[in-house]
Ligand binder design. Structure first.
Ligand code: C5P
Length: 238
C-alpha cells in the first residue's frame, strides 16, 4: 500500500506456527509497512520464514531483543542483516557496549536499522527498584526510559521502542530524526471517541511515534484486513 500511514504500521506476527503467520501475510499482503517476527515465531518457524517474507518483498522487523556480550550481539546482528531484516532490537539496559556493537555490525547492511528497547513495558518503578535501579524522583519508569533513550542515541542507534505514553517525551528528547516505534497500542471497541485514548495507534502517531506495532488488534480480529484498514484510514499524520 502506498499510503504513508500504512508504511508506518508494523504488524506483529505473534504466532507459534509458520502456516498461521503465512496465512495472515497472504491476507494482508502489502497493506502494512512491515511485519514483526519475534522470539516466539522465530523459534517455532526458524529463520527461513524471514527469508521467505523478504523474498516476497516485505520488510521484516526482527525483534531479537538482544542482551548479550558485544561479540555475540555483533554475530546476531550480522545474521539478521544477512536474512534481509530491516529492523533489529537490542536492550538499552545492556549499556553502550552492546548498543555500539549492534550499530557497528549493522553498518554492513545499509537497509538495517538498530532500535533500542528502553524499559520493557511490563516493568513498573518497583520492578526497577527490585533490580537496584532507583529513579530517584519517584517518577516511576519515565526517567529511566529517557536516560536509556539518550544513551541509545549517543551509541548511534537509529531509534528506540517506546510505549504510547512515553512517545511524546522521547520525541521531545531525541528530536525529529530518530525512529520511535510504539507497541502496546490497541483499537477502541466503538467507532467514536476512540482516537483520543492515549494508547490508540492514532494517539501514538500524534505524540511523535514514527511507527506503531499492532498485534492482536489486527491478527486476532474477525476481519484482519478491515481492522488494518481502519487504522490506516483513521491515521492522522502529524
Ligand atoms: O498487544 P499486541 O498483540 O498488539 O502486541 C504486539 C507486540 O507488541 C508484541 O509482539 C510485543 O512485543 C509488543 N508489546 C509491547 N508492550 C506491550 C504490548 C505489546 O512491547 N504492552
Amino acid at each position: 500500500m502506498d499510503s504513508p500511514t500504512a508504511q508506518r504500521i508494523i504488524v506483529a506476527l505473534d504466532f507459534d506456527d509458520r502456516r498461521a503467520a503465512e496465512a495472515l501475510v497472504a491476507r494482508l499482503g502489502g497493506a502494512c509497512g512491515s511485519y514483526k517476527v519475534g522470539l516466539e515465531l522465530l523459534t517455532a518457524a526458524g529463520p527461513d520464514l524471514v527469508r521467505e517474507l523478504v523474498g516476497q518483498g516485505h520488510e521484516v522487523f526482527l525483534d531479537l531483543k538482544l542482551f548479550e556480550i558485544p561479540n555475540s550481539v555483533t554475530g546476531a546482528v550480522r545474521a539478521a542483516g544477512a536474512l534481509g531484516a530491516s529492523m533489529v532490537t537490542v536492550h538499552a539496559m545492556g549499556g553502550t557496549g552492546i548498543m555500539a556493537a549492534a550499530v557497528d555490525a549493522a553498518r554492513e547492511f545499509p537497509g538495517l536499522r538498530v532500535l533500542a528497547l528502553t524499559v520493557v513495558t511490563s516493568m513498573s518503578g518497583s520492578d526497577l527498584a527490585d533490580i537496584g535501579i532507583s529513579t530517584g524522583t519517584g517518577a516511576g519508569t519515565d526517567e529511566q526510559v529517557l536516560r536509556l533513550a539518550r544513551l541509545a542515541a549517543r551509541a548511534g542507534c537509529d531509534g528506540v521502542i517506546a510505549a504510547p505514553r512515553e512517545a511524546g517525551a522521547v520525541r521531545a528528547l531525541l528530536g525529529p530524526e530518530h525512529l520511535i516505534v510504539t507497541p502496546g497500542v490497541s483499537l477502541p471497541d466503538g467507532e467514536s471517541g476512540g482516537h483520543a485514548r492515549a494508547d490508540t495507534p492514532w494517539a501514538a502517531f500524534a505524540a511523535g511515534a514514527s511507527h506503531v506495532v499492532v498485534g492482536r488488534s489486527v491478527t486476532r480480529a474477525p476481519d484482519p484486513v478491515a481492522a488494518l484498514r481502519r487504522i490506516v484510514e483513521g491515521g492522522r499524520l502529524p
